[in-house]
Design a protein around this ligand. Structure first.
Ligand code: GLN
Length: 196
């Protein structure tokens, strides 16, 4: 998705891979596994330092859990870089995953089709945290705290790259253009068609 909008993207597996990056996405997956692997590969401190240094860091789904100040369970151990409280698996089991059209502040006039896969939800937001989007019941699912972004949904699963454009702008890339086309990546669209 990042490459499809012209950003240079590389995978981070070891602390050395963080050198020279303008931003970092901690993706979805399974947060207790992310937590263990981040400890094992000594990524906790460098990622927390990166967040504290003002570089753009975006946590999506399990990645959002890792950014939180606190979570409602004992495992995983989050990085505690963002002033939010998060509940894991807030909507139930895998089969309770769902899709929801959201209004997201800053993305422009069109709604955003968000895919929640055994998703977490934000229970508490600190004073410095801006709520960009909430579910119809009012629970926040997209928040920003200066250089830090967190979304409860998986933004890479549709052909809508607006969240990625927004993040690339946060990381010092081209300013976000509210008039950019919604569906802009034939590569991503092709993959979705193939998978279905
Ligand atoms: N349920 C997962 C967790 O708690 C997150 C799911 C996801 O990232 N799609 O870690």
């Amino acid at each position: 998705m990042l490459r499809s909008i012209g950003a240079d993207a590389t995978e981070v597996r070891l602390p050395d891979h963080l050198a020279g990056l303008d931003g970092l996405i901690i993706p979805g997956g399974e947060s207790t596994t992310l937590s263990r692997l981040m400890s094992l590969y000594r990524l906790r401190e460098p990622v927390a330092d990166m967040a504290a240094s003002g570089k753009a860091v975006w946590g999506t789904c399990a990645g959002m859990i890792m950014l939180a100040a606190e979570i409602t369970e004992e495992d995983p151990v989050p990085l505690a870089v963002m002033d939010v409280g998060v509940q894991r698996n807030a909507f139930g089991r895998q089969v309770d995953s769902f899709e929801q059209d959201l209004t997201i502040k800053g993305l422009g006039p069109h709604s955003y089709h968000a895919i929640f896969i055994r998703a977490p939800v934000i229970m508490r937001v600190g004073k410095e945290v801006d709520v960009l989007s909430a579910l119809p019941d009012g629970r926040p699912v997209a928040v920003q705290q200066k250089n830090l972004l967190a979304t409860a949904f998986h933004p890479e699963l549709t052909a809508d790259a607006r969240m990625h454009r927004y993040f690339v702008a946060m990381a010092g890339g081209p300013a976000y253009d509210e008039n950019a086309p919604l569906i802009e990546s034939p590569r991503v669209r092709g993959r979705l068609v193939q998978d279905s």
